[in-house]
Design a protein around this ligand. Structure first.
Ligand SMILES: C[S@@+](CC[C@H](N)C(=O)[O-])C[C@H]1O[C@@H](n2cnc3c(N)ncnc32)[C@H](O)[C@@H]1O
Length: 257
């Protein structure tokens, strides 16, 4: 098990609670993704890196037939509790060939997950394979600025990646070039950085409040053994990176021709 999966297994419960109400996830990222998916009724949709399943739930509510998978068994367990025993959920790794047939899905959504991979090219090719012709891939990701300066790399981007267990952070151009290489056609890009930026000071205040009032959260966040303390350290850095433009938050839509 790699360090990132261990981290998600470790804090699956806390992440599920936070993601449920987080301003960024609940008010910007999920609505933006759902709007881009559009009319989902009857569509077969793959939620890649589904976590505890909030997007899966919202898509299912819109009438989609959803399949979800995640590398973390604990996150899948939370998703199962939320979505019920009959939900099509699996434990699988995005870095491996996907356990689905060719042209099985109308849409693939991958929200806040591709940036955990070292190499996205094989995964984008797999997404293309499992999509029907005309099917869409919707990806939300943290992005680095094109050509960040040395200070931004040293004090923001490198520590954020280290603390968040990201192997690196791609730029918009990196994603677009790799997706084009995988045979996907770009249909749109939304930059949500401005909206997301406004939520981080509130997230920081909430987290500090939870540290004071929620004993279980405090124990998990500050325990010597936990791998998650460094996630907390990243919050102020993320705020600065978004404010200065060193980091962006974007949603891509590609189509399989
Ligand atoms: C930030 S969470 C996002 C969860 C969900 N997509 C959402 O928007 O609520 C990232 C998720 O990606 C999963 N993940 C990371 N690397 C993965 C991989 N290689 N294969 C499958 N899932 C992965 C983690 O276990 C975690 O549940």
């Amino acid at each position: 098990m790699d360090r990132m999966t261990a981290a998600y297994d470790d804090f699956a419960g806390a992440y599920t609670d936070e993601n449920e109400t987080s301003l960024m996830n609940a008010y910007y990222e999920r609505p933006a993704t759902l709007a881009l998916v559009g009319d989902a009724a009857g569509r077969r949709i793959l939620d890649a890196g589904c976590g505890s399943g909030p997007l899966f739930a919202a898509l299912r509510e819109k009438g989609a037939v959803v399949t979800g998978f995640d590398q973390s068994a604990a996150m899948v367990e939370h998703a199962r509790r939320r979505l019920g025993e009959d939900a099509d959920l699996r434990v699988a790794d995005l870095a491996e060939p996907l356990p689905f047939a060719d042209a099985e899905f109308d849409d693939v959504v991958a929200s806040l997950v591709l940036h955990y991979l070292r190499d996205w090219a094989p995964t984008l090719a797999e997404f293309r394979r499992v999509l029907k012709p005309g099917g869409r891939l919707v990806v939300c990701a943290w992005l680095s600025r094109e050509q960040p300066n040395r200070l931004e790399v040293r004090h923001l981007l490198e520590p954020i990646c280290r603390e968040g267990r990201l192997p690196g952070m791609g730029t918009r151009e990196d994603y677009e070039a790799l997706a084009a290489g995988a045979g996907l056609t770009l249909r749109g890009f939304d930059d949500l950085s401005r909206q997301v930026r406004r939520t981080w000071s509130i997230c920081l205040r909430r987290t500090l409040g939870k540290l004071v009032t929620d004993r279980a959260f405090r124990r998990l966040a500050l325990a010597r053994t936990t791998q998650n303390r460094s996630f907390l350290l990243s919050l102020p850095r993320l705020m600065i990176a978004l404010r200065t433009g060193a980091m962006r938050y974007g949603i891509f839509v590609w189509e399989k021709p």
